[in-house]
Write a protein that binds this ligand. Structure first.
Ligand SMILES: Nc1nc2c(c(=O)[nH]1)N(C=O)[C@@H](CNc1ccc(C(=O)N[C@@H](CCC(=O)O)C(=O)O)cc1)CN2
Ligand SMILES: Nc1ncnc2c1ncn2[C@@H]1O[C@H](COP(=O)(O)OP(=O)(O)OP(=O)(O)O)[C@@H](O)[C@H]1O
Length: 196
């Protein structure tokens, strides 16, 4: 299947999920996320604000702030198709609607360079068994991740995992993918562990 039709199919499937399933997935994924040793060690996280039935991240954001971690969320530039990680202190008060209506940090929130982030929670429409993913097609995350040494953790529903998304050379691989039923660990983790 071509990239664009894959995106359409998986976006439609996600939008059709019943609210109970969305909420349950958020609880399970958060629990597994908190169990990662890399989460416990991380000082600075780039999380994201879930929208349009993405796996809910509210608990992950609140718990990370409560534990005293530095929590950044992406602020998106429509022109540059680029994300900037900006630190928030109070959730959701520090957020305003951004492109596509996704809540994002106010422009006055301080930015953090990609080099200083320890762990990135990565959204996506469909993920594969090699650690590749398809997002909305702006390449925002691929560009950001190519500049960051952070551990990359995808968050998804089980139905969003397929064998192969047809990765291209610019696509950045994940280290982990968390779904309600399991944690996928990709080969790249070993490379990351040696580096850090
Ligand atoms: N929760 C969440 N936050 C995220 C992302 C994500 O995938 N999920 N992003 C992942 O990259 C970035 C935002 N990416 C965006 C990509 C496209 C449009 C957008 O408005 N696109 C179309 C309309 C899309 C539609 O409504 O169907 C437009 O240009 O108008 C907005 C944000 C950063 N924040
Ligand atoms: N590191 C990069 N440097 C420059 N351009 C890039 C980079 N990564 C991706 N791009 C460009 O971004 C565009 C979109 O990429 P792609 O279709 O892989 O997006 P995606 O993975 O679905 O989106 P996202 O990463 O925002 O979730 C591509 O045309 C690609 O050329």
């Amino acid at each position: 299947m071509k990239k664009e039709s894959l995106r359409q199919v998986f976006l439609r499937k996600r939008l059709a999920l019943p609210p109970e399933e969305v909420a349950w997935a958020g609880e399970r994924v958060a629990e597994l996320f908190f169990s990662l040793p890399a989460y416990r060690q991380a000082k600075t996280l780039l999380l994201y604000c879930a929208f349009r039935q993405e796996v809910p991240t509210k608990r992950i954001i609140s718990a990370s702030l409560a534990e005293g971690k530095l929590v950044a969320l992406p602020a998106t530039s429509r022109e540059k198709k680029e994300i900037t990680a900006r630190l928030i202190k109070v959730y959701p008060d520090d957020l305003v609607p951004g492109p596509g209506g996704i809540p994002e940090p106010r422009p006055t929130c301080p930015s953090v360079p990609p080099e200083e982030i320890d762990l990135v929670a990565v959204p996506g429409l469909v993920f594969d068994l090699k650690g590749y993913r398809l997002g909305y097609g702006w390449g925002c995350y691929d560009r950001f991740l190519s500049r960051s040494p952070a551990l990359r953790v995808g968050l998804a529903y089980d139905f969003q995992v397929v064998e192969d998304v047809g990765a291209e050379p610019h696509d950045q691989r994940l280290h982990f993918l968390i779904t309600p039923s399991r944690i996928y660990r990709f080969d790249e983790v070993e490379v990351w562990e040696k580096r850090s």
